[in-house]
Design a protein around this ligand. Structure first.
Ligand code: ATR
Length: 292
């Protein structure tokens, strides 16, 4: 057997930290990209319970780990532990990327970049429009920030299973971004038909519909969707979720989460390596690993 000695004293380590560390396609995406670009980097998953977060960051420094992606439930908790946090990440209140800049840990939110790249083709249509956002977690925060700051939408309805969390998020953005055109409501599909029909853009930011729960959907009521609407799901496996299939069957334009996933990854990659990710090649390579 021939053992390839690919990794050596010059290999730079990148990781994703979260708990539990669910199946993630980030290691696959970044390792493919390192390979394609001939970079001596390796990306690994690390299961870090919240109580160990502080030590994990100390370890990052001690071991010279170059960067982390941060996922549930650490995205919000990590903010006060970093030396420097970008303006967007600080307003959003969530960091998904850490760069170890020679001992200084800097936090960024690249999800916003993924959202912007995904919705850019529809910029003119959504400016000033009514939008429904399903979910009120970390992903929703990035989406709402981009909707207000970049796309200048007219009104946002936050729809969340736990109404109180949706209401708190509404209050948070009203105060932080001085955007008062918001309301929140609970996730009760029959009560939402009118809200959805009244929305130019509907965004699912929850994990509903994600593998293995492919039959979950925020709604199964087909009258919720119609021609002329844009429906965006941040879930990328399956690429076409149950929600997107229903919306498409009703004539709506659909935007899958795969572009957002690759674009947020590409932005993080650039922050760590200083190089552009070969996006088109990476996109094609990971698509074959996902459920269509
Ligand atoms: P993320 O950072 O990916 O957004 P999160 O911060 O844990 O993850 O947020 C998850 C969001 O998805 C929340 O809005 C959650 O609703 P609750 O506030 O009621 O917990 C929502 N969510 C997750 N699973 C859901 C499900 N099966 N049905 C409805 N909403 C769900």
């Amino acid at each position: 057997m021939q053992v390839q000695n690919k990794f050596n004293q010059n290999t730079k380590i990148i990781g994703v930290i979260g708990h539990p560390i669910k199946q993630s396609f980030s290691p696959l995406m970044h390792n493919i990209s390192f390979e394609l670009s001939g970079l001596n980097y390796l990306y690994l998953p690390f299961d870090v319970p919240p109580a160990a977060l502080k030590d994990a960051l100390k370890g990052m420094n001690a071991l010279g780990i170059k960067g982390f992606n941060v996922t549930v439930p650490l995205k919000e908790k990590v903010l006060p532990l970093l030396k420097d946090v970008s303006e967007e990440a600080s307003i959003i209140g969530a960091v998904n990327t850490i760069v170890n800049d020679e001992g200084t840990l800097r936090g960024y939110n690249t999800d916003v970049h993924g959202v912007i790249e995904s919705l850019l083709p529809y910029k003119d249509e959504i400016a000033g429009a009514k939008v429904a956002v399903i979910g009120a977690g970390g992903a929703a925060r990035g989406v709402i920030y981009a909707l207000i700051r970049t796309f200048k939408v007219g009104h946002i309805t936050i729809i969340n299973r736990t109404d109180q969390i949706g209401e708190s998020l509404k209050e948070y953005f009203s105060a932080k971004m001085l955007f008062t055109e918001m309301k929140s409501m609970p996730l009760v599909p029959p009560d939402l038909v009118e809200t959805f029909r009244d929305s130019k853009l509907i965004v699912n930011t929850t994990s509903m519909g994600m593998y293995p729960n492919v039959d979950d959907s925020a709604t199964t009521i087909k009258e919720s969707f119609m021609n002329g609407q844009i429906v965006f799901d941040v879930v990328y496996n399956p690429v076409k979720t149950k929600l997107l299939r229903l919306a498409e069957s009703q004539g709506a334009t659909i935007v899958t989460g795969l572009k957002m996933f690759v674009e947020q990854g590409a932005k993080s990659y650039e922050l760590w390596t200083g190089q552009k990710m070969p996006i088109d090649k990476v996109y094609k390579a990971i698509e074959s690993y996902l459920i269509s």
